[in-house]
Design a protein around this ligand. Structure first.
Ligand code: NAD
Ligand code: UDX
Length: 467
């Protein structure tokens, strides 16, 4: 088998862009072309303002771009030229027809497979990089088998485990790289790509189906830890236990481990909810309703955590937030990313708007336009049009501001929804002076817990403890 010298990746998103930039950086002997049908996105990848904010990503991209890393909209040419084709397109939750609200929408994957079948010549290795339901490779293989040109294919599964905000470090030093496949030669070819920088013992090869299923399982287990600690946070608030102390105590048990036990306003991001719902759907599909119900509880607990946070704010602010300004600190689903997909902030803001609060939102990285789109989408609630009442709330009760002081001035309360480091260094004396009294802080991330906020005069509430 010839070593891989030309790679193409279909999908220049949060996964395709950073992963391919890392391959290009680590493998100067391989030409990497990232293609997308979204011309704006490709233009951004070719500019100084990348479409994805990730610490360290600018450096990785600029090192290889124009050398052996290229971004283009010419999907056909890239497929034709490549020996190995990664599919890294979006697989969102399906919102129509059979499986709506749970199943993954695989139309973009299928379109890629059909495109490859249409234009490929000779032999190609097709790599599933997107997160997919177990057995998707069967459908991909069936579509590729219909290639008119007589091209032949191997299909591999190589799920991506990077987390946003730490994508570059996760790609440089992954816990493991998982490759599932049927043909040893194809698996070895991909192993050799990663072996440019990842130690061999971290390159794990399995059968195709285990690889596909491991990705959904990993996300389900991670999200389950967050929901588990969040469930305990509610009990802590009722009993004077402190959830951070409980997390510390259980996390020192090496069988449990300390990571992913940070209680919060609820997990967000494009993956956890989508992947668990997909797992739930698969279990139902394969006739396993008890397993489906078990995992669905992780998402229900997350919804409960978000609702509970808003209820607590309303209760604490003397049972009404109507016409009161609430400063929203952070809108991204976690720090160090500009991504807002499924961010808890979207749902917290929606519920506060339904309580007729006036919200003033500040996030250091998220575009104002993105926040407006997210809020309009959630207020539309699946309808094609906004109701007049929702439109009025969005126009009159939402402002998006460019610094923390503007968000907090004259506010009755502040809700911290993303754990941005800069929030810890805020000028709390000034913020307190400029707020209505009593001045409340509701810390959905427990990042301000150790600051002397009570001494300044704030009434401070976090998640999973009472003071
Ligand atoms: P994304 O929406 O940021 O990017 C997907 C890109 O694919 C878009 O730019 C879109 O225009 C493009 N695309 C769609 N159909 C296309 C087609 N037919 N031809 C060419 N381009 C096409 O999505 P993402 O966050 O990068 O996620 C991609 C996949 O990776 C998903 O399956 C996701 O579950 C998985 N994943 C995501 C993360 C994460 O942190 N975001 C982590 C691991 C795995
Ligand atoms: C996740 C997986 O971690 C990653 O392996 C996979 O490839 C994609 O999905 P991501 O969603 O980018 O990554 O970020 P992650 O760090 O997992 O955080 C997800 C959400 O959980 C965030 O909203 C975060 O704030 C929240 N979280 C995480 C907690 O509330 N508490 C924790 O202890 C950890």
């Amino acid at each position: 088998v010839e070593p891989i010298r030309k790679i193409c990746c279909i999908g220049a998103g949060y996964v395709g862009g950073p992963t391919m930039a890392m391959i290009a950086k680590q493998c100067p002997d391989i030409e990497v072309k990232v293609v997308d049908i979204n011309a704006d996105r490709i233009a951004q990848w070719n500019s100084d303002e990348l479409p994805v904010y990730e610490p360290g990503l600018d450096e990785v991209v600029s090192e290889s771009r124009g050398r052996n890393l290229h971004f283009s909209t010419d999907v056909d040419q890239a497929i034709a030229d490549a020996q190995m084709i990664f599919i890294s397109v979006n697989t969102p939750t399906k919102h129509f027809g059979v499986g709506a609200g749970r199943a993954a929408n695989l139309e973009f994957i299928e379109k890629c497979a059909r495109k490859i079948a249409e234009v490929a010549q000779g032999h190609k290795i097709v790599v599933e990089k997107s997160t997919l339901p177990v057995r998707t490779a069967e459908a991909v293989k069936a579509i590729l088998a219909g290639a008119s040109s007589g091209a032949t294919f191997d299909v591999l599964s190589n799920p991506e485990f990077l987390a946003e905000g730490t994508a570059v470090e996760d790609l440089v030093a992954p816990d493991r790289v998982l490759i599932g496949g049927e043909s040893k030669a194809a698996v070895d070819a991909l192993v050799d790509v990663y072996a440019h920088w990842v130690p061999r013992e971290k390159l794990l090869t399995t059968n195709l189906w285990s690889s596909e299923l491991s990705k959904l399982t990993a996300n389900a287990f991670l999200a389950q830890r967050v929901s588990s600690i969040n469930s305990i946070s509610a009990l802590c608030e009722a009993t004077e236990a402190d959830v951070d102390e409980v997390a510390m105590a259980i996390g020192m048990d090496s069988r449990i481990g300390p990571k992913f036990l940070k209680s919060s306003v609820g997990f967000g991001g494009s993956c956890f909810q989508k992947d668990i719902l997909n797992l739930v759907y698969l279990c139902e599909y394969f006739g396993l309703p008890e397993v489906a119900e078990y995992w669905e509880q992780v998402v229900k607990m997350n919804d409960y955590q978000k609702t509970r946070f808003v209820r607590r704010i309303v209760r604490t602010l003397f049972n009404t937030v109507s016409d009161k300004k609430i400063g929203i600190w952070g809108f991204a689903f976690k720090k160090d990313t500009n991504d807002t997909r499924e961010s808890a902030a979207i749902y917290i803001c929606r519920d506060l708007l339904h309580e007729r609060a006036k919200i003033s939102i500040y996030d250091p990285r998220v575009d104002a336009e993105q926040i407006r789109r997210d809020l309009a989408d959630v207020m539309r609630n699946g309808d094609s049009e906004l109701s007049a009442a929702s439109e009025k709330l969005l126009n009159e009760n939402v402002e998006i501001v460019t610094d923390i002081h503007e968000a907090s001035k004259d506010a009755h309360g502040i809700a911290v929804l993303t754990e941005w480091d800069e929030f810890k260094d805020a000028d709390f004396e000034r913020i307190h002076n400029e707020m209505k009294k009593p001045a409340f802080i509701f810390d959905g991330r427990n990042i301000l817990k150790n600051l002397p906020l009570a001494d300044i005069g704030f009434i401070y509430q976090g998640i999973g403890f009472s003071r």
